[in-house]
Design a protein around this ligand. Structure first.
Ligand code: C2E
Ligand code: MG
Ligand code: MG
Ligand code: MG
Length: 286
């Protein structure tokens, strides 16, 4: 009895595994097609100050499947990393963001800041900085409006190497933000060694925000940013109450559904024109 039961489980396990492998192969094929065709697009989500002024936008990648469904990177970045496709994907994102910035500048409505997510895998490449600078030069854009968002996982692989890369990136005029701050398992000691511009507090901390409760972790994270003279931005703001509480703690920039969902570039223009967001004077290079 036990033996046949075990065999049954083995068969089940194999079937499940096979299904997972198939799903990954599907994703990989789909991503390859998307890279070769026009299957990738960028959406942009506003980042605003407490007075409603637009500070910048975050570029968020979307995979448009043949059936028209838009897929979030959460469900394909890991496959892209395992298959090495992330390098082409990452470069596609850089080129597409730079091209969009050029277009916005021509239209006279380029946000002052555009944040770009960079995967750990991509950042770990020996020639990461070189590739970034080549793509930037090809596009002919000024680096000063771009912020690279990196996670602790990306930054802490090889600290001396990371510091050197960050110095080169910042030396070239880009800014660097520590994304998903607070979700890593690393000690805080590394923070003082990293040349950063901004801490981006993860939305998991914002979910738990409630009136009349204390939030020692959030308060500490914001205080750390202030003491280190870094910008502090919170993501995942969905309610006015969350924003008020964060503002009281000293957070300066907010991003979340309360202000706007990630949207295609044209819709962002509309969002700005509607007065949903206010553009400050352009401080860029146009
Ligand atoms: P992230 O960089 O932490 O981005 C924030 C995520 O939170 C985005 O999910 C955004 O749509 C979502 N979000 C924003 N405001 C709210 C809110 O008020 N409530 C809730 N519930 N969610 C909110 P998205 O676009 O699905 O992206 C997921 C993750 O995929 C990103 O997390 C980032 O790590 C990664 N990613 C996105 N674009 C790229 C890219 O171009 N390259 C790489 N390597 N990774 C990317
Ligand atoms: Mg991000
Ligand atoms: Mg984030
Ligand atoms: Mg996050």
């Amino acid at each position: 009895q036990a033996k046949s039961n075990g065999r049954h489980q083995y068969v089940m396990f194999r079937a499940e595994l096979q299904e997972k492998v198939n799903a990954r192969i599907q994703i990989e094929r789909g991503l390859r097609d998307a890279l070769e065709g026009n299957g990738l697009e960028l959406h942009f989500q506003p980042q605003v100050r407490s007075n409603g002024e637009l500070v910048g936008v975050e570029a968020l990648l979307r995979w448009k499947r043949k059936d028209g469904r838009l897929i979030s990177p959460d469900s394909f970045i890991s496959v892209a990393e395992e298959t090495g496709l992330i390098l082409r994907l990452g470069n596609w994102v850089f080129s597409a963001v730079f091209a969009q910035a050029v277009l916005w500048q021509r239209q006279g409505c380029c946000p002052n800041r555009i944040s770009i997510n960079v995967s750990a895998w991509q950042f770990a490449q020996r020639d990461f900085v070189e590739q970034l600078l080549t793509l930037q030069a090809n596009a002919g854009v000024d680096s000063h409006r771009f912020v690279l968002e990196l996670t602790e996982t990306a930054l802490l692989q090889d600290l001396p190497e990371t510091i050197s890369k960050l110095q080169q990136i910042r030396g070239a005029g880009f800014q660097v933000s520590l994304d998903d701050f607070g979700t890593g398992y690393s000690s805080l000691a590394y923070l003082k060694d990293l040349p950063l511009d901004e801490l981006k507090i993860d939305k998991s901390f914002i979910n738990e925000l409630a009136q009349g409760h204390s939030h020692p972790l959030l308060e500490s994270m914001i205080a750390i940013g202030q003491h280190m003279h870094l910008g502090v931005i919170a993501e995942g703001i969905e309610t006015e109450q969350q924003r008020t509480l964060l503002e009281q703690m000293g957070c300066q920039i907010f991003q979340g559904f309360l202000y706007g969902r990630p949207m295609p570039a044209d819709q962002l223009r509309q969002w700005l024109a509607d007065g949903s967001g206010r553009m400050p004077p352009d401080d860029g290079d146009s």
